[in-house]
Write a protein that binds this ligand. Structure first.
Ligand code: NAD
Length: 507
């Protein structure tokens, strides 16, 4: 494991840090096993409540200084973080791949996404624009400005162990906030590695210690952050179950929650589709990252006239898939994150069969040589009816459901007929149906694409989804506004005190 040394990952690591300083940790010992081969990579000591308190206190005092730094100067620190990530792209990408189980290309891709968001944030640090308005009163000036919030809590999921943190923290930092990160307990080493990389940059730039807190641990640590009134914004990425709990706790204290939760993404394949693009987009979307992306394609809604031909092509494509060690670039499909995920996959297959689903590509768990971790499963395809209970749920595994439609209205209704609303797409060369899909009466998702699949997104757009996906938006466009508070300012430079709405008040 040559990639651990450049990331300063030791056999035993503290999972508590204030950005520059790793603090002694007193919580549970997390053993990080790779789903690739089941081997122990290293251990991380998690935070207990006192460790958490120490990180919060440090963050509070760091904020008092950090918020006074000019935004472009904060951007310069983020620019250097981007450089440090470029220098560590190879080892960090390998660690992401080995600890999480995604392919090496996707591991590198995830680090590239971090680099891209750094670049985006650097430019943004000179563009935190507010509007100016014309006052209705003479010799008055009105404008708005954006100020930082304070401590931004970040709870992240296992499947994007580093990118989601960077989407949040790079933007939050240039806005003048300090961050406290609670990474997934399934990928704690990725978090320790990121912290080690940025601590060098922070030291060099005399950034106050506390700007980047790390509190590793399980659900309880996430619950401390949710309930903490010292954390004005909590950004939480993970399952809808988690989001409902976090949303309720943060809402009860009138804090702000930015929720990025589960998806149940569909591609509509029209009779006007370029079938080659449709097949490639569907297969990559369904089996990439072993079906463990929030944007994974879980449903194909296919026009009845092309249904059989799509089915035949899909079966042929699935026969070509090579399952195995994701660090080997010849393999298309790696492992699920752990054995619990394998059980979830098996239960979904059973439930689908019970409801009447017909498997045209059978699933199953792999064992034997190369599959010792017990986490490798076969990507599979089932023909179903849209209303099946199992089809309404997100199973975080490579299971693809096929269903038929006859009219575009019907297809859109099926696409929208699930509780989640993250990513969607239509494969068509017909302008009318493409525009209908993108219109207000079309897809109800946060992301709607034409002639590309559901999975993956560029950092330049705002990322997130509706309904049970939580409504949050992160990354590009004007997502930065979620990390700031808006202040409206009115300045009177006249010799009078005129009131708004023409109100007269004589004393
Ligand atoms: P998870 O919900 O099990 O855990 C996510 C994080 O939340 C972990 O850090 C966990 O410790 C923490 N957590 C769990 N329960 C909590 C609670 N009650 N209070 C506070 N924190 C709590 O999710 P996972 O299995 O790690 O990730 C897979 C899920 O994440 C999928 O549903 C996937 O769609 C979703 N996801 C969504 C996006 C998005 O941007 N919409 C991105 C990545 C993953």
């Amino acid at each position: 494991m040559d990639f651990l040394a450049p990331l300063k990952i030791a056999e035993k690591n503290s999972g508590v840090s204030t950005g520059i300083t790793a603090l002694p940790a007193h919580g549970e010992l997390i053993q990080s096993h790779s789903p690739v081969d089941g081997k122990l990579i290293a251990t991380v000591q998690a935070a207990d409540k006192n460790d958490y308190e120490a990180v919060i206190v440090k963050a509070q005092s760091a904020f008092l200084e950090w918020r006074t730094w000019p935004a472009p100067k904060r951007g310069e620190v983020v620019r250097q973080i981007g450089e440090a990530l470029r220098a560590h792209k190879e080892p960090l990408g390998k660690l992401v791949s080995y600890e999480m189980g995604k392919s090496l290309q996707e591991g590198y891709g995830e680090v590239q996404e971090m680099i891209d968001i750094c670049d985006f944030a650097v430019g943004l640090s000179r563009q935190l624009y507010g509007l100016s308005m014309h006052s209705e009163r003479p010799a008055h000036r009105m404008y708005e400005q954006w100020h930082p919030l304070g401590i931004v809590g970040i709870i992240s999921a296992f499947n994007f162990p580093v990118a989601v943190w960077s989407w949040n923290s790079m933007l939050a930092w240039i806005c003048g906030n300090v961050c406290i990160w609670k990474p997934s307990e399934k990928t704690p080493l990725c978090a320790v590695a990121c912290q080690n990389i940025i601590s060098e940059v922070f030291k060099r730039n005399n950034v106050p210690d506390g700007v980047s807190g790390l509190v590793t641990g399980g659900r309880a640590v996430g619950e401390w952050l949710s309930a903490d009134t010292r954390v004005p914004l909590l950004s939480a990425t993970g399952s809808t179950r988690m989001g409902k709990a976090v949303g309720a706790t943060v809402g009860a204290r009138l804090g702000r929650a930015l929720l990025e939760l589960g998806g149940n993404n569909a591609i509509i394949i029209s009779e006007h589709a370029d079938l080659d693009i449709a097949i490639r987009g569907s297969v990559f979307g369904a089996v990439g990252t072993a079906g463990q992306r929030c944007t994974t394609t879980r449903r194909l809604i296919i026009h009845s006239t092309v249904y059989d031909s799509i089915k035949t092509k899909l079966v042929a494509a699935y026969q070509q898939l090579s399952i195995g060690n994701p660090l080997d670039e010849n393999n298309h499909v790696g492992p699920l994150i752990d054995k619990d995920a394998v059980v979830g996959y098996q239960k979904a297959l059973e439930a689908c069969k019970k409801e009447g689903g017909r498997f045209i590509v059978e699933g199953g768990v792999l064992d034997g040589d190369g599959f010792e971790s017990g986490c490798y499963v076969k990507p599979c395809i089932a023909e179903v009816e849209p209303h099946f209970n199992i089809v309404q749920q997100e199973t975080f595994a490579p299971i693809l459901y096929l269903m038929k439609y006859n009219t575009i209205d019907e297809a859109i209704a099926i696409q929208n007929g699930v509780p989640q609303g993250l990513s969607s797409s239509i494969m068509t060369l017909n302008l009318r149906e493409a525009e209908q899909f993108l219109s207000a009466s079309g897809s109800d998702c946060g992301i709607a694409n034409v002639n590309i699949g559901t999975s993956g997104a560029e950092i330049g757009g705002a990322f997130g989804g509706e309904k049970e996906t939580g409504g949050g938006r992160e990354s590009g466009s004007d997502a930065w506004k979620a990390y700031m508070r808006r202040q409206t300012n009115t300045i009177n430079y006249s010799t009078q005190l005129p009131l708004a709405q023409g109100i007269k008040f004589h004393v």
